[in-house]
Design a protein around this ligand. Structure first.
Ligand code: B12
Length: 450
């Protein structure tokens, strides 16, 4: 039996103006090139759970319309896609089914809207893939695939334990095509931000992978690629400080460069920052979301956590970067109760904080999120179902304190300002002169931009 693992792997913006702008702004182009070559860790993980007598091939489709013919010769295909490319994933699924190839669909979008996906698939997997995959394979072999496998249900009963997570099959990749590989050290997040569309939407309980397993994955990668750059595909790597310290200590011994996402509370833990400073950590991506109380109020739904942290934002950037770790600060435009002033407020925070890097996105109500449900109830979704617009850069809802057109043009202008060659150089200049490079040099790590 032969299974094709097909990753819909494009990065995109729907609006032609945004695409054009993205292609011309130096800061944007650089990050775009880096992330555009990440593989699907979800599919590599499922490949790792597939019995060895089944042939598995891994393929990526960045744009179905640019492809003459999809890869074929399989008994079944497992297709993974996020929201923005799901329309292409459904079209591809229809093509495979027309050829008599069984189609298995799963992932974040399909888990949120299984009824939408079902007409395009022989089977739909809801939730984390690992608990469902062995039954999918057994049933596939017997020619008795069920229309649906609900891992949400299974996870609620038994709870999928990351200590039992399989080794992803990195060896399926055509490695020279990638500039970094991903490893997941945990799933979910203890916070509950209204817009969060990451693995929290399928892993309701925050859970960590044992550090030994993470290191085993990194060593497997190092067998294939001596000095890899690793991106941790986590929602919030250092939410649990004790686990985070153990992880950072272990990573420090691996002589790798790495990047991850976490929350601002990492700045409270001097000990952890010290370990990170010498661990090969190139950059931390932190969701500040907004530099104002109006933007943050109510955004984290458990304890209004981000709102309470606002007065420590500036100091946090300074403390983290003082340890030789650059910060990529993320801001969301179009949050409720923020108006035209928000564009300047973000620009000012970026300037005054000394952030090395910045990422701006438009608030996006991805299906499966609390934001999607609320904006739906408030009749504020502009293009429900038109998923190609769900890119984080295109506006899909009616904002509260400006018009849709104002959000679109304000976002474009802010991107133009922040990612111009001049602004990008100005942000990076202090780090080129100062200690970040020196520290890296003395730690013996190769110099790779995050
Ligand atoms: C790596 C990554 C990418 C890579 C993706 C490589 C790939 N093909 O998977 C690249 C750079 C290409 C990418 C692109 C984009 N990304 Co991205 N990306 C991530 C990131 C950082 C990690 C994802 C990851 O590896 N998770 C770990 C794996 C193990 O989890 P998983 O994929 O969910 O898989 C599990 C289950 O979902 C399930 N599963 C998944 N697929 C399948 C398939 C089958 C058949 C089965 C049975 C099960 C199954 O089993 C897996 C194991 O449990 C996340 C943020 C984060 N911190 O998580 C954002 C994230 C996934 N990206 C996001 C977005 C918005 C985008 C872009 C739209 C950005 C843009 N404007 O271009 C594009 C969209 C691409 C598309 N195809 O639609 C959003 C997705 C929200 C959503 N619901 O769509 C996220 C959550 C970030 C965010 N800000 O919210 N991204």
């Amino acid at each position: 039996m032969r299974i094709g693992m097909i990753a819909m792997s494009g990065t995109r913006a729907f609006s032609p103006e945004l695409t054009k702008l993205g292609l011309t702004l130096p800061g944007f182009v650089e990050r775009g090139k880096v992330i555009a070559s990440l593989p699907s860790l979800g599919l590599l993980t499922l490949a790792g759970l597939t019995p060895p007598d089944i042939d598995v091939e891994y393929h990526e489709i960045p744009d179905l319309d640019a492809l003459d013919a999809p890869p074929t010769g399989f008994d079944a295909v497992a297709i993974s896609s996020f929201t923005a490319q799901i329309g292409q994933a459904y079209r591809l699924a229809d093509q495979y089914r027309a050829l008599g190839i069984k189609v298995i669909l799963g992932g974040l979008h399909v888990s949120a809207l299984p009824d939408e996906a079902a007409p395009h698939a022989d089977t739909v997997v809801i939730g984390e893939g690992e608990p469902a995959w062995p039954s999918v394979i057994d049933d596939l072999r017997r020619g008795a695939l069920r229309p649906r496998y609900d891992a949400h249900h299974a996870a609620r009963l038994e709870g999928f334990d990351l200590a039992t997570a399989p080794m992803p099959r990195f060896e399926l990749l055509d490695l020279p095509r990638y500039n970094r590989l991903t490893v997941q050290t945990q799933r979910g997040c203890p916070h509950c931000c209204e817009f969060c569309a990451s693995s929290r939407t399928i892993a309701w309980k925050y859970k960590r992978k044992p550090v030994e397993n993470v290191i085993a994955e990194i060593r497997r990668i190092k067998k294939l690629w001596a000095h890899p750059f690793i991106e941790l595909a986590d929602d919030n790597t250092f939410a649990d400080k004790a686990h985070g310290r153990r992880l950072a200590q272990a990573l420090a011994k691996e002589d790798i460069r790495w990047f991850t996402e976490t929350d601002v509370s990492i700045a409270d833990d001097e000990e952890l920052l010290r370990i990170l400073g010498d661990s090969g950590c190139a950059q931390l991506l932190i969701g500040f979301e907004s530099p104002t109380a109006a933007g943050l109020d109510g955004l984290e739904r458990h304890a209004n956590w981000k709102h309470h942290r606002l007065d420590r934002y500036m100091r946090a950037v300074e403390r983290i970067q003082a340890h030789g770790i650059t910060v990529n600060g993320c801001f969301v435009l179009g949050l409720d109760h923020t108006g035209l002033e928000s564009f300047d407020e973000v620009a000012r925070f970026v300037r005054e904080s000394g952030l090395y890097e910045v990422q701006i996105t438009v608030q996006t109500p991805f299906p499966g999120t609390a934001l999607y449900r609320r904006l739906g109830d408030e009749q504020r979704l502009l293009y429900p179902g038109d998923w190609a617009r769900y890119t984080l850069f295109d506006v899909n809802f009616t904002p509260t304190d400006m018009t849709t057109a104002e959000l679109e043009s304000g976002f474009r202008d802010l991107a133009g300002q922040l990612y111009s060659a001049r602004a990008t150089r100005a942000r990076r200049h202090p780090f080129l002169r100062n200690d970040i490079r020196r520290r890296r040099g003395s730690a013996g790590h190769p110099s790779v931009e995050a």
